[in-house]
Design a protein around this ligand. Structure first.
Ligand SMILES: *[C@@H]1O[C@H](CO)[C@@H](O)[C@H](O)[C@H]1NC(C)=O
Length: 312
């Protein structure tokens, strides 16, 4: 094999004008700051408010925030420094670390979204049995499943990519190490690997999506049957979650499940699900969820007490 050892990869420029560069930089920076602060705020809110901390839905939400924070950190910091400097290389190890963490956290998030849909299904369709079904142990088990499932997925993806024979071409037309791009740099036409990865992605995507769709179909049917006209109220408890699901799966499906001609549009879709979506989730939940809003208000009061010591 004429395989040369690749020690680093080069990211191709976003071919764009100065003003587009500035807009992109501002967008990514704003999103990243929102990712860190917004998700932190949600986690702290859930942890400090006992009423929320006892409710499985908010424990899932805090876990989702943690995942969004880590997923948002896979590509954004590197993208910001790359936009500021013109050096755009990443070491082989760094590239593999990006792949592993992207698929670990992304995979876990997919599972978690499915679990959250199941949680809403139980809450709406079996309200009387909710506390027994969603007890602490059961919740914990579901969360462990999400995290371990994502980890296995990440390790599998990175193992396949690290073992591919690379020939020397090392230019990636993206801003992070994306497997659909990386696989094209392999020497041999390794259809086997491509199939392996697609199967692995499919194993994750399809069951999660099915669980989501089935949960929501049953929820919808139940709401229509049981509540009649009041259904919209019950449905609104799911609407934030549905929005988040759409934002996560939409671009993901767009990039991974279509024929592999790569374009500027795909790159934008990648920016969307690597950078924008993790920033939108906390916004959606804090702006639309009354309980979270109330708890944040309480937290604000508590902080004021700490900052401004009250006179006795
Ligand atoms: C995730 O959920 C578990 C409980 O099931 C909880 O103990 C943990 O604190 C949560 N993680 C975060 C970051 O809130």
């Amino acid at each position: 094999m004429n395989g040369s050892i690749i020690t680093e990869f080069v990211f191709l420029d976003f071919s764009c004008s100065r003003s587009a560069w500035f807009i992109l930089l501002t967008l990514v920076l704003t999103c990243y700051i929102t990712i860190l602060l917004g998700n932190m705020l949600i986690m702290v809110t859930v942890w400090t408010e006992p009423k929320l901390f006892q409710c499985p839905m908010y424990l899932f939400l805090a876990n989702l925030s943690l995942l969004d924070m880590t997923l948002g950190s896979v590509a954004s910091p590197k993208l910001v420094t790359d936009l500021l400097n013109s050096g755009r290389t990443i070491s082989f190890g760094g590239c593999m670390a990006q792949i592993c963490s992207q698929h670990f956290f992304g995979g876990s998030e997919m599972f978690l979204l499915a679990v959250m849909a199941y949680d809403r299904y139980v809450a709406i369709c079996h309200p009387l049995r909710y506390t027994t079904i969603m007890n602490r142990q059961h919740c914990f088990g579901l969360l462990i499943f999400c995290w371990i499932g994502g980890l296995i997925h990440g390790i599998f993806q990175v193992a396949v990519m690290a073992l591919l024979p690379y020939c020397g071409a090392n230019v990636l037309d993206n801003f992070y190490c994306d497997i659909t791009q990386l696989i094209k740099l392999a020497c041999s036409e390794t259809y086997v690997d491509e199939i392996l990865l697609i199967v692995s992605d499919g194993l994750l995507l399809v069951p999660s999506l099915l669980a989501l769709l089935v949960s929501y179909a049953i929820i919808l049917a139940t709401i229509c049957g049981r509540f009649g006209k009041d259904g919209s109220k019950a449905l609104s408890t799911c609407s934030s979650h549905l929005t988040v699901v759409g934002l996560f799966f939409g671009p993901c499906i767009f990039v991974y499940l279509k024929p592999s001609s790569y374009s500027q549009v795909d790159k934008m879709a990648s920016v969307f699900y690597m950078v924008v979506t993790p920033a939108l989730n906390p916004l959606i939940y804090t702006l639309r969820n009354q309980e979270v809003k109330r708890a944040i208000g309480k937290l604000k009061n508590k902080c004021q007490c700490i900052l401004v010591p009250q006179r006795e």
